[in-house]
Design a protein around this ligand. Structure first.
Ligand SMILES: [Zn+2]
Length: 441
């Protein structure tokens, strides 16, 4: 039998004083009265609904306002309730500083970045994003951040992380690009050449705790020396990554701007194309046939165009020119992909635009031609499917985590309501209490 020694009791007393005693938590029953519910699944909002929550999960969704005995009521009867939102393309450890980016690269350490990320995850959670797929950060740091949130050490969204994106020597993910050749940026484990090396690095990243793999089959915009239109990975390299990742239960996200890279990555079985800037009708046909998601990242495209015009010196050399070419095309293309029937998952590429402004992506999606409901589904059930986590997040249905947000108006009529999230619950815990809008004057 387990005996409580004096030392153990003293430890418990200290933990209790710190509010972290690990005594068994009491079961909790909560009921949320939602004036209007957009559940992520139904084609239309429902009116006057009760969401019954037991501990951290949704037990049942019932019509009308009901209050089971012993349940604590959360009154959102004047609000629109939605599932916690999902950003499927975030860089939650990255911050645009507005300073010289080359100097930043040699003067800022991953530990500086890690401290800043504690604020970034809080801002993102408060903005209503209870789940985030991070597709590019220092591997050990982002895995540690994910674990810190999961054990409750710091508040933040549930994280699915890729760690370092993988690409070839001189490609979009190579930190040596544009740097003096004798400087060593420790590109081991992120720069991969050849199928064997790619497979080995994927296995190692799985061992280090990542949830998915991100690859860079095309060049990019914010890097030095690579061209977004170039295809930089061989079919053998892409196939090796996809086969190895899938066999380990991990999805593959492919950063791809150029048409050729988009088509080949989709045909070779990646799960999502990120950005997809220079896709044409053929590319959309291939993506549709293979069930490949497009993660459009309009917010970063919009932001870098503005930064490139106002402050080109704060981007890497040659990036401003690339941003002005690529940005407007990325934004215009979402409407074409949507009409072609390509599956779409919401993603912002946050890290240039300030953390917590993620929901600005919605207005850009609607401007590109998506209906408000389909834009919301891209950030709920769509993104959850891409994360392979639809049984846990992305909808208000029994069995899912009680991840809920609320806004005061109707996002069907004004999608920018989602930029003013007034209530956030994660796993049954209210992490941002309801704040009513200021009365009109
Ligand atoms: Zn990105």
């Amino acid at each position: 039998m387990f005996r409580r020694t004096p030392l153990h009791l003293a430890a418990l007393a200290v933990m209790a004083a710190l509010g972290t005693a690990s005594l068994p938590a009491e079961a909790r029953d909560v009921v949320v009265h939602a004036g209007r519910l957009i559940d992520g699944v139904a084609a239309r909002p429902r009116e006057k609904v009760s969401i019954l929550i037991h501990d951290d999960r949704i037990a049942e969704v019932r019509d009308g306002f009901v209050t089971p005995e012993g349940a604590t009521i959360v009154d959102l009867s004047a609000a629109t309730v939605l599932p916690g939102l999902i950003d499927a393309h975030d860089h939650i450890m990255s911050n645009y500083s507005g300073k010289n980016p080359v100097a930043e690269r040699v003067q800022t350490s991953v530990i500086d970045t890690a401290f800043d990320s504690v604020q970034n995850v809080r801002k993102t959670l408060d903005a209503g994003f209870t789940s985030v797929r991070d597709v590019g950060a220092e591997t050990s740091a982002i895995v540690a951040l994910k674990r810190a949130i999961a054990r409750g050490a710091i508040p933040g969204p549930r994280l699915w992380v890729s760690g370092y994106p993988l690409g070839p020597t001189g490609g979009h993910g190579d930190p040596q690009n544009g740097m003096r050749p004798d400087l060593d940026f420790h590109s081991d484990g992120r720069v991969v050449d050849g199928a064997d090396e790619a497979a080995k690095v994927v296995r190692r990243m799985h061992r280090e705790g990542v949830d998915l793999i991100k690859i860079m089959p095309s060049g990019g915009v914010l890097s030095i020396g690579d061209d977004p239109n170039h295809t930089l990975m061989t079919d053998a390299e892409i196939s090796a990554v996809v086969a190895t990742a899938h066999s380990l239960g991990m999805k593959v996200a492919a950063h791809a701007h150029g048409r050729d890279a988009i088509i080949r990555a989709s045909e070779l079985g990646v799960d999502s194309i990120e950005h997809g800037s220079f896709a044409d009708e053929t590319a959309y046909k291939v993506m549709k046939a293979h069930g490949t998601y497009l993660v459009p990242t309009l917010l970063v495209a919009d932001t870098v165009v503005r930064v490139a015009k106002a402050h080109p010196e704060t981007l890497n050399p040659s990036s401003a020119k690339k941003a002005l070419e690529v940005g407007p095309i990325t934004i215009a293309n979402l409407g074409r992909a949507y009409r072609a029937g390509v599956k779409i998952a919401f993603g912002t590429d946050q890290g240039i635009a300030p953390h917590g402004t993620n929901a600005q992506e919605f207005a850009l999606m609607v401007r590109s031609g998506m209906t408000p409901m389909d834009a919301i589904k891209a950030a709920t059930t769509g993104a959850a499917d891409l994360l392979d986590a639809a049984a846990d997040v992305g909808s208000v249905q029994s069995g899912r985590y009680a991840d809920l947000i609320a806004v005061s108006g109707d996002p069907m009529a004004d999608i920018t309501e989602l930029e003013r999230v007034r209530f956030v619950m994660k796993g049954g815990d209210v992490v941002k209490g309801w704040t009513a809008p200021a009365p009109a004057r």
